[in-house]
Each structure stands twice: as structure tokens, then as C-alpha cells.
Ligand binder design. Structure first.
Ligand SMILES: [Zn+2]
Length: 266
């Protein structure tokens, strides 16, 4: 492979990794905020469950207090019943007693209801607290992971910057200028792979002659459409040369003849 092409490919990989690492670092604060939000939501669920239980308990205490009051009123009425003088007073007193008894029964129902609710709310508070402990652990773990990631990305960025400086020194000035000029116009993407007869970025179909030349990786060839430098990745499965130069008996073409794509004459 042409040494400058090889170095430009490395430079491009380095720049791509740098962009990716910067993007990852930039996204960390937002991910941290999302973790904080999760924690707040979890705490709020605990608070809500506790508040609801508190309110139910308060309501139960009020009902119990009222129950005690009506109960003593009832006792007083029963005592007074002994001392009434007339039938009219007796009937009125009995009416008072019946009313108080009804209220006592109703209050007892309510107390029972509140007790059952409190049991349910105890369970709800337990569940919310358990959930919060789990969420706190998960969030702390994820925070630590993000910190580790940030540190790793920063090390990577420093390393990439050192390597880039070293690498650019070894690239011919004209090749480097070409790279920087295309990168400047093409959002940092100057060197891209050609595959299956196409530029992998702009997808334009390359002329067979051009593609065959790219397969050799012996010069800097630019995409006619997006103007990026194109290369063939030798680690990829061997590419079939495009059907232009009648078979030169190339030795680096191990595929059986049956796999040749149907001739296209577009
Ligand atoms: Zn292109």
C-alpha cells in the first residue's frame, strides 16, 4: 500500500475515534442528569407513600378521638336515662342513645377500614423503600461507570492527540494538505472506504477503471462525487475487480469463477 495512503487511513481512524470520544464525553453530563432524575423520582415515590400513610394514620387518630367522645356521651346518656321523669324525656333520651350508638358503629367501621389501609400502606412504603435502595445502588454504579468512561475517553483523547501529531509529521505535506482540506469541507471525513464498486459515504457508483485502481491502494484516488480519498480495506473479503480490464489473471482473486456477478452494462 502507498505509505501516505496507509497513514491517511490511520489519521482518519484516529480522527473518527476522537470525534466519537468527544461526543461520548459531551453526552456524559446529560446522562448524569438523567441518573439524578431517576434518583429524585425514586425518592419522591418513597415520600409519597410515607405521606399517604401519615395522612391515613392521622385520619385514624381523629376517628378514634371522635369515637371516644361519642362513647362517653353514650355512657352519660345511659346514666341520665335512669333519672328521667317523663315519658317524653325518656323517648327523647332513647332517641339520643340510638343516634350515638349508630355513630359509634359507623366510627368503628371507619377505624377498621383505616387499620386495613394502614397495613396496605405499610407494605407500599416498604416496597417503595426497597425500590429506592435498589435504584440508589444502580444509579451509584452507573455514575461510577460514567466517571470511568469519562476518564478512559480523556486518556484516549490525549493519546490520540499525541499520536496524531506524530503521524502527521510522517505524512507528505501535499497528502496532508489534501486530507486537511477535504476534512475541513466534509465534516472531518476525508478518507473513506470503497466497497463493491461504490464510495461507502456518498454511495456513488465508481467507474470500473477507477474502482480497479482503488483496489490496488497504490495512489490517492478521490471519489468523483464527494471528492473524498478512497481506499480498499485489505482486511475485507477480497473484492472482485470491476469488469473493465479483461482478466489479467490476477493471483489475488481466489473466488471460484461461478461467483462472478452478472455482467452489467449500465
Ligand atoms: Zn463519495
Amino acid at each position: 500500500m502507498l505509505p501516505d495512503l496507509e497513514r491517511l487511513i490511520r489519521l482518519q481512524h484516529l480522527d473518527n475515534a476522537t470525534v466519537e470520544a468527544r461526543r461520548t464525553v459531551a453526552a456524559i453530563p446529560e446522562r448524569m442528569t438523567a441518573l439524578d432524575d431517576r434518583l429524585h423520582a425514586s425518592r419522591a415515590r418513597v415520600e409519597d407513600a410515607r405521606r399517604e400513610r401519615e395522612e391515613t394514620q392521622k385520619s385514624r387518630r381523629e376517628v378514634e378521638k371522635r369515637h371516644g367522645e361519642v362513647q362517653s356521651r353514650l355512657t352519660r346518656f345511659r346514666d341520665q336515662l335512669m333519672g328521667v321523669k317523663t315519658n317524653k324525656e325518656y323517648t327523647a333520651m332513647q332517641h339520643e342513645i340510638a343516634t350515638a350508638e349508630e355513630e359509634v358503629a359507623r366510627l368503628e367501621d371507619t377505624i377498621l377500614e383505616r387499620m386495613l389501609q394502614t397495613d396496605e400502606l405499610d407494605a407500599a412504603v416498604d416496597a417503595a423503600e426497597r425500590g429506592d435502595r435498589g435504584e440508589t445502588e444502580a444509579v451509584e454504579r452507573e455514575r461510577a461507570e460514567l466517571e470511568t468512561l469519562r476518564a478512559r475517553m480523556e486518556t484516549e483523547l490525549t493519546g490520540a492527540s499525541v499520536e496524531r501529531a506524530r503521524l502527521t509529521e510522517s505524512i507528505g505535506p501535499a497528502s496532508l494538505r489534501l486530507f486537511e482540506s477535504i476534512a475541513g469541507q466534509r465534516r472531518g471525513l476525508a478518507v473513506v472506504e470503497a466497497r463493491n464498486g461504490h464510495c461507502t459515504v456518498c454511495n456513488v457508483r465508481l467507474r470500473p477503471q477507477v474502482f480497479n485502481q482503488i483496489l490496488l491502494n497504490t495512489e490517492l484516488i478521490r471519489c468523483e462525487s464527494c471528492l473524498r480519498v478512497l481506499y480498499h480495506d485489505p482486511n475485507r473479503a477480497p473484492e472482485r475487480p470491476a469488469e473493465e480490464p479483461p482478466g489479467d489473471g490476477s493471483a489475488n482473486d481466489p473466488a471460484p469463477p461461478g461467483e462472478r456477478p452478472p455482467g452489467n452494462r449500465s
